[in-house]
Design a protein around this ligand. Structure first.
Ligand code: GAL
Length: 331
C-alpha cells in the first residue's frame, strides 16, 4: 500500500512539474499581415491560418493591409516594435519585398511570405536574402493549365458556336501578381498546345474582385454576345460576378457558354457539381495555411527554412470532386 502511495505521489509530482514547465513557457507570438481582408480566397485562408496557429498554442494577431502597401509596411513596423516572434506576410505588392526583407532582418524576426511570391529586383538576390525568410505558395502555371484542361475535356472543346475557334474573354486578377499573369497565359497555352485555334475577344483586369468581374463580364457580353464561347476568370470571386452577368444576358453556362475560375470556393464547388458552373481549380488554402503555420512555428523555434514551399493545385473534375469537397469543408 505504501509503495502504491509513494508511486502515486511521485506521479503527481511529475505531472505537476510538467504542467508547471509548460505553463511557464511563453507562447509563440505570431503577427500576420494580410494584403486585404475583402478577398474571398484570402478570407478562407486567414481564418484557417489563425484557427490552426491557435490550436498549436500560438498567440496570433491578424491585420488588414487594406490593399495599401504603405499601410502594411506600418503594420509590419508595429509588429516589429511589439516584438513578435515570427511574421507571416501576404504582401500587398510583391515588389515591396526588397524593402520589407531588410526591415525584418534588421529586427531579427523570421518571416514567412504567403500567397504572393516576393519579387526581388535581382532574382539572384533572392538566393542571398536572409536565411530566416521563405515563401509558401503554389505554382500558378499549374492552375492555368488545369483551367485549359477543363475546357479541353468538354465534348466540343470549348467551341460552343462551332466556328472552329475558342472565342474567349479573359477576366484578370491583379496583374502585378504572378498568379494573374500565369493563369492568363497557361490557360490559353493548354488549348493552343493541344492544337486548338483560339480567339481573344476581350481581356481586362478585375483585380480579383466579384463586383468588377460582374461589370467586365456584362461589358464583354454586351459587346460580343453570342460570339463568346468561354469566359476565363483568374479566380472564382470574379467568376461568381461573371455568372450573374451571364444569367442577366439570358445565357446558360454549360449550354451556350462556358465559365471557369480558380480557387474552388465552397459555393463554386457546389455550382460545378450542379452543372451551373463549368469548372474550377482547388487553390488549397488548408494545405497552404498549415504549411505556412508549421514553418513559422519552426522558424520561431530557431530552424532555418527551405527557400520555397509549394502546395499543389487540383483540377476539380468528377474524379477529384469528393476529395475537393472534403478539403473545402463541404462534407
Ligand atoms: C490568388 C487567389 C485569388 C486572390 C489572390 C490574392 O491565389 O486565387 O482569389 O485571393 O490570390 O493575392
Amino acid at each position: 500500500m505504501r509503495k502504491i502511495l509513494a508511486l502515486a505521489i511521485a506521479m503527481l509530482m511529475v505531472v505537476g512539474l510538467t504542467s508547471f514547465a509548460s505553463a511557464s513557457e511563453d507562447p509563440i507570438k505570431v503577427g500576420v499581415c494580410i494584403y486585404q481582408f475583402n478577398d474571398n480566397f484570402m478570407t478562407l485562408y486567414r481564418t484557417e491560418l489563425q484557427r490552426y496557429l491557435e490550436e498549436k498554442g500560438a498567440v496570433v494577431t491578424v491585420v488588414d493591409g487594406k490593399n495599401d502597401q504603405a499601410e502594411q509596411t506600418n503594420q509590419i513596423n508595429s509588429f516589429i516594435a511589439e516584438g513578435v516572434d515570427v511574421l507571416i506576410i501576404n504582401l500587398v505588392q510583391a515588389s515591396a519585398a526588397d524593402a520589407v526583407i531588410p526591415l525584418v532582418e534588421a529586427a531579427g524576426i523570421p518571416t514567412v511570405f504567403i500567397n504572393r511570391e516576393p519579387f526581388v529586383d535581382d532574382p539572384s538576390q533572392w538566393d542571398n536574402v536572409w536565411d530566416k525568410v521563405c515563401y509558401v505558395g503554389a505554382d500558378a502555371r499549374q492552375s492555368g493549365t488545369f483551367q485549359g484542361q477543363l475546357i479541353l475535356n468538354l465534348p466540343d472543346q470549348g467551341d460552343v458556336n462551332g466556328n472552329g475557334a475558342v472565342d474567349y474573354v479573359m477576366i484578370q486578377g491583379d496583374m502585378e501578381n504572378v498568379d494573374a499573369q500565369y493563369r492568363t497565359e497557361f490557360s490559353i497555352k493548354a488549348l493552343t498546345d493541344a492544337g486548338l485555334t483560339v480567339n481573344k475577344l476581350f481581356e481586362q483586369r478585375g483585380e480579383w474582385d466579384q463586383a468588377k468581374g460582374q461589370e467586365l463580364a456584362a461589358t464583354a457580353l454586351a459587346q460580343f454576345g453570342d460570339q463568346i464561347d468561354v469566359i476565363f476568370c483568374n479566380n472564382d470571386g470574379m467568376a461568381l460576378g461573371a455568372l450573374q452577368s451571364i444569367k442577366a444576358a439570358g445565357r446558360t453556362v454549360g449550354t451556350d457558354i462556358y465559365l471557369v475560375g480558380v480557387d474552388a470556393l465552397p459555393e463554386v464547388v457546389q455550382l460545378v457539381e450542379s452543372g451551373e458552373f463549368t469548372g474550377t481549380v482547388l487553390n488549397d488554402h488548408i494545405g497552404q495555411s498549415h504549411k505556412a503555420a508549421d514553418v513559422a512555428l519552426e522558424l520561431a523555434g530557431g530552424a532555418t527554412p527551405e527557400h520555397t514551399y509549394t502546395v499543389d493545385y487540383v483540377g476539380v473534375t468528377p474524379e477529384t470532386m469528393e476529395y475537393v469537397k472534403g478539403v473545402v469543408g463541404l462534407e
